[in-house]
Design a protein around this ligand. Structure first.
Ligand SMILES: Cc1ncc(COP(=O)(O)O)c(C=O)c1O
Length: 425
């Protein structure tokens, strides 16, 4: 397709992009294993797992097979008043995961919708139980998606500012991963503000800059909130499937009341959102009074192909092959972060599970997304045959688990070069 850049600029709008970005745009024609390939046959290592969704690698044969089989049997059917095996089996398996709230699952389409469902369920539960709440709580610097409810709980940054008047009431707790939290002060605030629920990215704020938090810092806060009757909504859209070292980050913390999954849930093949809820929250949806029921739905709720992919993803993830690959990646990341911490003390080199991140020096002091360094690193990455998705000056990798030693070394080499070139000490 010769004139694809003109067609794209004229007829398409991309997420978080400007039409000018078309000049550095890739025309991707296929993807295999750890890489994507463009129309010129160039290969790019997928260092950011296609926006953190890919788990094992592109075109992973068991997932291809699961999708093909399911599409031949039942591609889709509405989920109101109807059920099917892929949804039944997947719900059963998700609920059994360590850290899960242990009740029921509501399926939707993506990470943002999983959050919307959780926020509405929390509100619904509070109404059913005469809990007198007027707001939600969330961490500063968080990201939960781009629909209005999810956006309300995210950082009020350049992306959110134009819509402030449309947002749900959310009050923020300063994210303080290093020092932890002043629990007496927070207890007093809970009594004043009576939040219905606290929405948090457990142990790792992704879009906010790969900001990692030790369980010891977060756990006392979550316990206090639970004791005070504030519902916990764990946003594991990014953290699910090993990004913090365990299948769910909540496994290292406390059982939340609601837990949201998406992204790697289908191994990176299809969109699917899942909101897991406790038995108490599920009970609040069992009202017989038609005026008090929980009403929410999407046309593609519990799409059978997406559910079949997620089931296969869970099966594969638990296999020794992938658990070994995951351990290997974790150890490599950890060793490299320790080395860089010594060599480049200002880089805040850090790793958690399958994520490795550094901060490269920035040229301006504005909000970090508006800094040009992110775009410069993206373009430099493409030239080196690596597809990154920097977050401002934060350069990170969360590669597909099939990545080999040589390819991983190429990614590390690029990151290290960025530190050297930008004069990091
Ligand atoms: C923690 C977290 N929650 C929610 C979302 C929203 O997911 P989606 O892009 O599928 O709507 C994201 C997306 O990056 C995320 O990182």
């Amino acid at each position: 397709m010769e004139n694809w850049k003109q067609i794209d600029a004229a007829f398409l709008r991309h997420p978080f992009s400007h039409p000018d970005d078309v000049k550095d745009m890739l025309f991707v024609v296929r993807a295999q294993g750890d890489s994507v390939f463009d129309d010129r046959g160039e290969r790019y290592l997928d260092a950011a797992a296609s926006w953190w969704v890919n788990l094992f690698g592109h075109g992973h044969p068991p997932l291809v097979q699961a999708l093909a089989q399911q599409s031949e049997t039942l591609a889709h059917v509405m989920f109101s008043g109807i059920t099917h095996r892929p949804a039944l089996e997947l719900a059963r398996d998700l609920i059994a995961l360590p850290g899960s709230p242990g009740g029921s699952v509501f399926f939707s389409d993506n990470g943002s919708t999983a959050i919307e469902v959780a926020m509405k369920l929390a509100w619904h539960y509070c109404k059913q139980n005469q809990v007198d709440s007027t707001c939600f709580w969330a961490f500063s610097g968080g990201y939960h998606g781009d629909t209005l409810g999810a956006m309300s709980a995210g950082e009020r940054d350049v992306f959110v500012q134009p819509y402030l008047h449309l947002l749900a009431p959310v009050h923020f707790l300063e994210y303080n991963p290093k020092e932890g939290y002043d629990l007496d002060c927070i207890r007093r605030r809970i009594q004043q503000e009576r939040p219905a629920a606290f929405l948090y990215e457990p142990l790792l704020q992704g879009a906010g800059g790969m900001r990692m938090q030790a369980p010891q810092a977060l756990l006392p806060l979550l316990k206090l909130l639970k004791e005070e009757g504030v519902l916990l909504i764990a946003d594991e859209v990014f953290t699910g499937f090993g990004r913090t070292g365990t299948t769910l980050a909540s496994e290292q913390l406390i059982q939340p009341d609601l837990l949201c999954l998406s992204k790697a849930l289908t191994g990176g093949f299809m969109p699917l959102g899942a909101t897991l809820m406790s038995q108490e929250i599920a009970a609040a949806t069992e009202q017989t009074d038609r005026n008090k029921r929980f009403y929410h739905g999407h046309s593609y709720t519990a799409n059978p192909m997406a559910c079949a992919l997620a089931l296969e993803t869970l099966r594969e993830w638990k296999s020794p092959t992938w658990q070994n690959a995951f351990e290997w990646l974790k150890q490599n990341h950890h060793a490299r972060a320790s080395e860089w911490k010594d060599r480049f003390p200002g880089s805040d080199a850090r790793s958690l599970g399958s994520v490795l991140a550094i901060n490269v020096p920035r040229k301006t002091s504005g909000y970090f997304y508006t800094d040009s360094i992110g775009r410069e690193m993206y373009v430099a990455g493409l030239k080196a045959g690596i597809l990154f998705r920097p977050l401002g000056n934060v350069l990170y990798t969360v590669p597909p688990l099939c990545i080999g030693a040589l390819e991983l070394e190429r990614i590390y080499g690029f990151m290290e070069n960025m530190l050297i070139q930008q004069g990091h000490t």
